[in-house]
Design a protein around this ligand. Structure first.
Ligand code: USQ
Length: 391
């Protein structure tokens, strides 16, 4: 299959490209290096050292004889995406090239608007380019479990049957996101659903949970590392907690730490996306996957990281509850359904204990890099302070 990966330089894009190549697919990829640039702007860096994209590709060529056909550019530019899709004529396009940080989107008006524009426009460009050039192609789009929010009822996979005033219908489940970033994904989902209704575009809309980990089966050498962000803007909960333990910094559940989310390992994320590509939706189908392995509260994860660190390294790890910078429910019901990927063959490989040991092992070789990031670990981006005048 010919697959085009938008955002091929990212945390998920890079290991996905490695997996697809190893399974015999032909892979093209695009990136504008937006994440590398914006991470630098908050004085941060990937905790694991990562190679430039061209070095990654040369390493791939030297070790496997395969490489990614690379296009440098911004998918919110319609000319760029139209030219690239005309040239590559892919069977499937994976869209991972969106601004992916909730805190970044809450820094202020500039970042909120940039997130809206980059994310919503890139998906619109993709929808139109596919319709105009390769209407049979499959769009596999990365959304987020955060689109649903934390309702006090079970969360279905995209749609549910509802009865109101004596009448029944099968409708999209209401969305209630918690940051401007998460709302862009809701808007994308609406736009994708509409494109499907009007033009029959084949779409998989992936509601993914929080991903953790440093490795996949294809990342066996430090030259193949994918980025690993741990700062307060670009890092995510479990990855941050592991880095905090390794650098003898306090582990930081926000507030009481009762926030519950779906989590999955990087390996499982790549497996799920690969299944989604290799078992595409039928012609004219729009399908939604809730993509995660298990759900945990932030506090459960903090305690697990503490336990694993203390057992493996013989030192104490500190847990410090810090005031929650976000506006979110800290204790809530959470029961999302996740059935469709399992029906297609997904068997989660994630083993939290083993995965945490592996992450800490990888990070412990780079303590000096984490030490240098100490100033950007504690939360500073406060939802309620987001303002047009602050940045
Ligand atoms: N949290 C802490 N302490 C920390 C960091 C986070 O308690 O040091 C809490 C947050 O308050 C939140 C939860 O952990 O309740 C998750 O936060 P996160 O930073 O790990 O993840 P989030 O901002 O939700 O976003 C991440 C990715 C995003 C993806 C999303 C999936 O950055 O791209 O869409 O996870 S989900 O969370 O399911 O929406």
């Amino acid at each position: 299959m010919k697959v085009l990966v938008l955002g091929v330089d990212g945390y998920i894009g890079w290991p996905l490209a490695l997996r697809l190549l190893s399974r015999g697919h032909q892979v093209s990829g695009a990136d504008s290096f937006f994440t590398r640039k914006r991470v630098k702007e908050v004085s941060s860096d990937s905790a694991l050292p990562i190679q430039s994209f061209s070095r990654r590709n040369s390493f791939l060529r030297d070790t496997t004889g395969k490489e990614i056909e690379f296009f440098r550019g911004d998918v919110s530019d319609p000319d760029f995406i139209y030219d690239m899709i005309s040239e590559t004529e892919p069977d499937a396009i994976v869209h991972l090239a969106e601004q992916r940080s909730a805190p970044y989107s809450m820094l202020g008006l500039k970042q909120a608007s940039e997130t809206m524009q980059k994310n919503i426009i890139s998906t619109m460009n993709l929808i139109y380019a596919v319709k105009d050039i390769v209407p049979e192609s499959h769009i596999l789009k990365l959304g987020t479990m955060g689109e649903y929010g934390t309702p006090n009822v079970d969360i279905p996979e995209g749609f549910f049957e509802v009865e109101f005033n004596g009448r029944k219908d099968y409708l999209p489940f209401p969305k209630n996101a918690g940051s401007w970033y998460h709302w862009t994904k809701v808007h994308d989902s609406n736009n994708l659903m509409f494109a499907n209704r009007v033009w029959g575009t084949r779409i998989t809309d992936v509601m993914q949970g929080v991903v953790y980990g440093t490795r996949t089966a294809d990342i066996v050498d430090a030259n193949q590392f994918t980025r690993f962000d741990i700062d307060e803007v670009w890092g995510t909960a479990l990855n941050r907690f592991c880095a905090q333990a390794i650098a003898s910094l306090p582990i930081t559940p926000y507030g009481k730490g009762g926030q519950t989310r779906g989590f999955l390992s990087l390996e499982d994320s790549i497996t799920c996306l690969t299944i989604g590509l290799e078992k595409p939706p039928a012609k004219g189908e729009y399908r939604v996957f809730n993509q995660f392995d298990q759900h945990y509260s932030v506090m459960e994860l903090a305690l697990k990281v503490k336990e694993v660190y203390e057992k493996e390294y013989g030192h104490k790890a500190e847990i410090k509850h810090v005031p929650n910078p976000r506006v979110e429910k800290e204790e809530h019901y959470y029961k999302p359904e996740s059935r469709k990927l399992r029906e297609l063959g997904y068997k989660p490989q994630g083993d939290l204990q083993k995965d945490l040991v592996r992450i800490m092992e990888d990070l412990s070789g780079y303590r000096d890099r984490i030490e240098k990031l100490k100033q950007v670990i504690m939360p500073k981006t406060v939802w309620e302070k987001s303002s047009g005048f602050s940045h």
